[in-house]
Design a protein. Structure first.
Length: 299
């Protein structure tokens, strides 16, 4: 049975409400179900996704960015991040017949991966008595950072744990480890598994999309001693790279490359460092490229 996760649409509203009603009757989540439980609030829902099997909705998750939230306040104190750098994973549920199939885990991972695309880190809260849900989050590496006790009415208090998602994995480029572009190529290759980059910048862009040994999730690329690299990969390095590029470029590109070469020789225009950083930043959470997101830190 194939289960697809896709973006939720307005047409899914009735099916999602029917599903969460079944979940509520089966295991008491949510504790209180009102008609507006799944209704997105303008400006607060960054996205919502459903799991669909043979045309039937069997799971749901949302990612919310409220301006104020007790859960986000707890997470902000624990992480040191401002509330506007956090996103709340919410309304995660699967059909009772889909339990123990891994669907809840897939939905959690999907929403978690979307948060960095917004420049945010995913957080969530969960009822302290919901043992299976707590076990899921902790098995995925989420860290418990606090608790909340939210009164529902005069007689009922909702006891919650607050969790933050794992920090993105970090890979390091050491600017002190190379003195030219070929050295940068070798340094970057230390980040890859079962693949060797040949220095072609189009191939570099492809590698950054994932699948060549970089983390299969959003990750941080920390470029230490980057000011040294800015100098090492400056205009002379750009001129050298452009001269090599001229040897194999298509004739229709030759005039443009020659103009860039003349500018580099005058110490003008973009440097090779600028070009590499520009390519990496196209893969940032707000970048234009597809694939896993890369958070570039120039240290």
């Amino acid at each position: 049975m194939v289960v697809e996760i896709r973006e939720k649409t307005a047409a899914d509203a009735a099916a999602c409400l029917e599903l969460v009603t079944r979940v509520h009757h089966a295991d008491g989540y949510p504790m209180r179900l009102d008609p507006g439980f799944l209704t997105p609030v303008a400006g607060r829902e960054a996205g919502a996704w459903v799991a669909e099997s043979d045309g039937v909705i069997v799971g749901h998750v949302a990612l919310r960015t409220p301006a104020e939230s007790p859960t986000l306040d707890v997470a902000a104190r624990a992480t040191g991040l401002p509330v506007d750098r956090l996103a709340l994973v919410a309304r995660l549920f699967v059909a009772p017949e889909q339990r123990r199939t891994g669907l809840g885990r897939r939905l959690l991972r999907h929403a978690t991966a979307e948060a960095p695309k917004l420049g945010r880190r995913a957080v969530l809260d969960v009822g302290q008595r919901l043992g299976p849900a707590v076990a899921l989050y902790e098995s995925e590496g989420w860290e418990r950072v606090g608790e909340l006790h939210e009164p529902l009415d005069a007689d009922t208090v909702l006891d919650l744990w607050v969790y933050v998602s794992p920090e993105p994995p970090v890979r390091v480029i050491d600017g002190a480890a190379f003195d030219d572009f070929d050295g940068f190529v070798g340094e970057f290759n230390t980040l890859l598994c079962h693949h060797t980059w040949n220095g072609n910048l189009d191939a570099f862009n492809d590698i950054l999309r994932g699948g060549f040994g970089t983390p299969e999730t959003t990750w941080t690329l920390r470029w230490v001693d980057s000011e040294r690299s800015r100098s090492v990969l400056g205009h002379p390095a750009m001129a050298h790279w452009l001269r090599r590029t001229l040897q194999s470029c298509h004739p229709t590109n030759r005039a443009g490359i020659e103009a860039r070469l003349r500018a580099a020789q005058r110490g003008e225009g973009e440097t090779l460092f600028d070009l590499i950083v520009e390519i990496i930043r196209e893969h940032a959470p707000d970048g234009e490229e597809t694939g896993y997101r890369i958070i570039l830190e120039l240290a």
